[in-house]
Design a protein around this ligand. Structure first.
Ligand SMILES: N[C@@H](CCC(=O)N[C@@H](CS)C(=O)NCC(=O)O)C(=O)O
Length: 329
């Protein structure tokens, strides 16, 4: 039987987050809008400047990866970004003007993210998730699956970006590393990106136990991978998709998942020197490699810590760890 989110109270900080299935395991549902923006002008959704809008919030790690690639590729003048609030309410994400967000949807004046989904499809029945890529022309959601949105951003809009940021010059998915990156994506998604949620949303001891050990086994595996390769990034001397997909989870790990999702067998800062170095290098970098520092500039610890706290129906935000991210040693 499918799990569901239950709203018990109208107070946004009192939402009961009941996401696990009856057996105590959390199972993420598949995204429903799966169209593709393409560089081909004849495509159903052709890349055009000013046509598409990326909806996100600053707490969500899946939205974070889309925001990262948007800024890494220098798409600020090509694709508008709309940031909504990071506190989940009984009605899903809303516009509340909280840190870094806008007071209402600038396109339609919507106050709730669900309204955008119903504008796209009045019969929509799924979750109202971020990120979502909106098409102003056809007035619909093109895609609400972050792993697909980021791949569109690698290439589809390259005609509109500086040549030095194009995939041909600076590949985020180099063809000679594609197989290795995809192999890593698979286990990193299952046991780390989604793995932290399987721990945090588990409603049985058995489910939590299984997933927390799988999570730390995979962090150990990443640590060994970095130690063996001796490269600054997961696949060499340049940032690739593998780094982009791992970063939002690692940036949230000590600050939120360790405490709030009970992912507390080890900490990145104390127990994983290579991963910790990798994380801090990305966060603090302001060179061309990160297009001037997009990892640091898109990481917002207040939305992250408060967002997870209230989602879990807790009212007190943990003070630590201090600092949320440590300086580069
Ligand atoms: N598979 C989706 C997952 C997106 C997702 O679950 N986003 C969460 C925020 S972290 C969300 O919007 N949840 C709202 C809800 O489930 O009601 C993706 O990667 O884009």
């Amino acid at each position: 039987m499918a799990g569901n989110l239950e709203a018990e109270s109208k107070d946004p900080r009192q939402v009961v987050f009941n996401a696990a299935d009856k057996d105590g395991h959390y199972r993420r549902k598949a995204s429903q809008f799966r169209n593709v923006v393409s560089a081909d002008p004849e495509a159903e959704f052709p890349a055009e400047k000013g046509r598409y809008v990326l909806y996100l919030n600053l707490g969500c790690p899946w939205a974070h990866r889309a925001n990262l690639v948007h800024k890494l590729k220098g798409l600020q003048d090509v694709i508008q970004v709309v940031v909504m609030g990071y506190v989940r309410t009984p009605e899903g994400w809303v516009y509340d003007g909280s840190e870094g967000s806008v007071p209402c949807d600038p396109l339609y004046g919507f106050t709730k993210h669900s309204q955008l989904y119903h504008k796209a499809d009045p019969n929509y029945q799924g979750r109202y998730t971020v990120p979502a890529l909106w098409d102003r022309k056809r007035e619909t959601i093109v895609n609400n699956e972050s792993s697909e949105i980021i791949r569109m951003f690698y290439t589809a809009f390259d005609a509109f970006v500086d040549p030095s940021l194009r995939e041909t010059y600076k590949p985020l998915l180099p063809s000679d590393k594609l197989k290795d990156i995809e192999a890593m994506n698979e286990w990193v998604y299952d046991t780390i990106n989604n793995g932290v949620y399987k721990c945090g949303f588990a409603s049985s001891q058995e489910s939590y136990n299984t997933n927390v050990h799988a999570l730390f086994a995979s962090l150990d595996r990443l640590e060994s991978h970095l130690a063996a390769n001796q490269t600054p990034y997961l696949f060499g001397d340049h940032i690739t998709e593998a780094d982009i997909r791992l970063y939002p989870t690692m940036a949230r790990f000590d600050a939120a998942y360790f405490t709030l999702f009970k992912c507390n067998l080890k900490m990145i800062r104390h127990d994983y020197p290579k991963l910790h170095q990798w994380l801090r290098k990305l966060y603090w970098d302001s060179s061309e490699e990160t297009n001037g520092g997009v990892f640091g500039s898109t990481t917002h610890f207040v939305p992250i810590k408060e967002g997870y706290t209230y989602t879990l129906k807790q009212t007190v935000v943990p003070a630590g760890p201090v600092d949320a991210i440590l300086p580069l040693g």
